[in-house]
Design a protein around this ligand. Structure first.
Ligand code: GLN
Length: 546
């Protein structure tokens, strides 16, 4: 018998609903419950795979190859929930399923309508999101903001879903904002009242209000919100902006009694504690950090933090493991062409993330040349590996026009080319090499040393590959291909054994790093950056929080 938690958001977007949902998952796991996590997104794209990272942030990829919303990254970083494509539904995916059924004639002549056909499909999606039979609590986050036209079918569906079950099986958690007006020195409750009013119009009475605030919420305010929003006083919870780490969110919520409220409402056993001792230890460790190093991230979507969300988080995890604060220098790839490598001076490591399209390619290649020639730690991810191979082919093998056929279809030296299985594909959505693939690692290499294993599995999202026709030449000139996908003989990892730390990977390791289990490549990369900073005497003191 699975219990359900529905998380909605009000007043404005970007309240950290994903983070709060993930924190709820963690809290419940730490009380011994098995959780599943799910996101319902009201936009019409079937999945975010075709969306620009500028629009919607990074596309988060799961083991099964599903291209999903970046909030699923929070879920995986905070919990052990097993996520598949069923953990993320969009309006497009729901309608696609309903329209397919209609074309097959499955509705037996009925007029197909939002209620009940779309709402039924949404309820089925919620059931499908419960990943195992023995899940105790399923957490479903509804994307968007209450009041949006697109969210309505989803809200209607969760209303019906709860109505069809005993009251103790479902709980509605609404995350809202208490804006602070600096000129009058007050926090305001009206937007929250209106947002809850909107929910009640639809027939949903939230049981818990998580109030995002900048300033402490006074008792008077909490009582007022309780009265006007018809929510019990103890279920009006403050979630104040964290002062130094997002990993405070779960510990703050427990301190506010959120775990107890959830368990009481859902009639889950309330004996025992929420054991977050390792999280508290991690927070204490973060507070003691007294030095920092700087990593230059050279990319195309630098202006939007969410575009490289998992990479920044992974660097953060690796920093904690190395007891340093990782300062990010976000470098727009084109700046390397306009302003030269001066934009990299002083960086202790260079990371080139994944990407698509021609823009910024030359800048990324130039950044890699700088890191290679100056012995600065380098880490290339997906397109970052491809650029590293192009750079090496051009500047070491002297193949001047070496390129990827993604960017230069007629180059004489296509060192990165299309896999035969990708030729002739015209649909863009969901057709790349996606999800978990096995990789065999050569003993004695940097990769083997970092992973401490000779066989690994990592997630992919790409169409192009290292061209095996060039492999012998690359290796002869000093570039090792230390990781191979044996079944298709594809290069997965390259490295330069003569360099302090130079590694490129065709997969996306950033999707498998967790705060308490940093990814081994990120951890090694930051360790190398620390060494670089020590050698050049620029390990910068960092003010401690202790
Ligand atoms: N554009 C490259 C490809 O499709 C790299 C993709 C990526 O970096 N995720 O192969």
């Amino acid at each position: 018998m699975t219990k359900h938690i529905f998380v909605t958001g009000g007043v404005v977007s970007s309240l950290g609903k994903g983070l709060t949902s993930a924190a709820i998952g963690l809290i419940l796991e730490r009380r011994g419950f098995r959780v599943s996590m799910q996101k319902l997104d009201p936009y019409i794209n079937v999945d975010p795979g075709t969306m620009s990272p500028f629009q919607h942030g990074e596309v988060y990829v799961l083991d099964d190859g599903a291209e999903t919303d970046l909030d699923l990254g929070h879920y995986e970083r905070f919990t052990h929930a097993y996520l598949t494509g069923d953990a993320n539904f969009t309006t497009g995916k729901i309608y696609q399923a309903v329209v397919r059924k209609e074309r097959r004639g499955d509705y037996l002549g009925a007029t197909v309508q939002v209620i009940p056909h779309i709402t039924d499909a949404i309820k089925e999606a919620i059931e499908a999101g419960v990943s195992h039979e023995d899940v105790d609590v399923a957490i479903t986050e509804i994307g968007g903001t209450v009041g949006d036209i697109e969210s309505l079918p989803f809200l209607e569906a969760i209303r019906q879903f709860a109505l069809e079950r005993p009251p103790e099986d479902c709980i509605f958690v609404h995350i809202t904002l208490l804006p602070y007006l600096r000129f009058s020195g007050e926090m305001k409750t009206k937007p929250t009242q209106q947002s809850v009013g909107k929910l009640r119009e639809i027939g949903i009475q939230p049981h818990v209000l998580v109030c995002r605030t900048e300033q402490p919420m006074t008792e008077k305010m909490a009582s007022k919100i309780s009265l006007f929003c018809n929510v019990r006083r103890e279920a009006v919870i403050e979630e104040r902006d964290v002062d130094f780490s997002i990993y405070q969110v779960p510990t703050d919520l427990v301190a506010a009694g959120f775990d107890r409220i959830l368990c009481e409402h859902l009639k889950l056993p309330t004996d025992g504690d929420t054991d977050l001792s390792d999280w508290h230890a991690m927070l204490a460790r973060i507070k003691r950090i007294d030095k920092s190093c700087e990593i230059a991230v050279v990319g195309k979507y630098i202006e939007l933090h969410d575009a490289y969300k998992s990479i920044y988080e992974s660097l953060d995890h690796a920093g904690i493991a190395n007891d340093v604060k990782v300062r990010l220098r976000k470098v727009k790839a084109e700046d390397l062409i306009d302003r030269g490598t001066a934009v990299l001076e002083g960086a202790n490591g260079v990371l080139v993330p994944g990407g698509f399209g021609e823009r910024g390619m030359d800048g990324k290649i130039e950044a890699i040349r700088w890191a290679r020639e100056n012995g600065v730690p380098f880490f290339g991810i997906c397109l970052g590996l491809q650029c590293a191979v192009i750079e090496f082919a051009r500047n070491v093998l002297a193949l001047e026009d070496a390129h990827s056929i993604e960017h230069s279809p007629h180059t004489q030296n296509p060192v990165i080319h299309l896999m035969p299985s990708q030729e002739g594909i015209s649909d863009m959505g969901g057709t790349m090499r996606l999800g978990a693939y096995h990789c065999r690692i050569d003993p004695g290499t940097l990769a083997a040393q970092l992973y401490g294993a000779d066989s690994i599995s990592e997630r992919h999202r790409h169409r192009y590959e290292v061209n095996n026709d060039y492999r012998d030449r690359l290796v002869a000139a000093g570039m090792a291909t230390s990781g191979i996908h044996p079944e298709l003989d594809l290069v997965e990892i390259v490295e330069l054994p003569d360099h302090p730390f130079f590694i490129g990977v065709q997969f996306h390791p950033e999707f498998k790093s967790k705060p308490l289990q940093p990814h081994p490549i990120f951890k090694g990369f930051v360790a190398a950056a620390v060494k670089n900073a020590e050698n050049s005497n620029d390990l910068v003191p960092q003010e401690t929080r202790a």
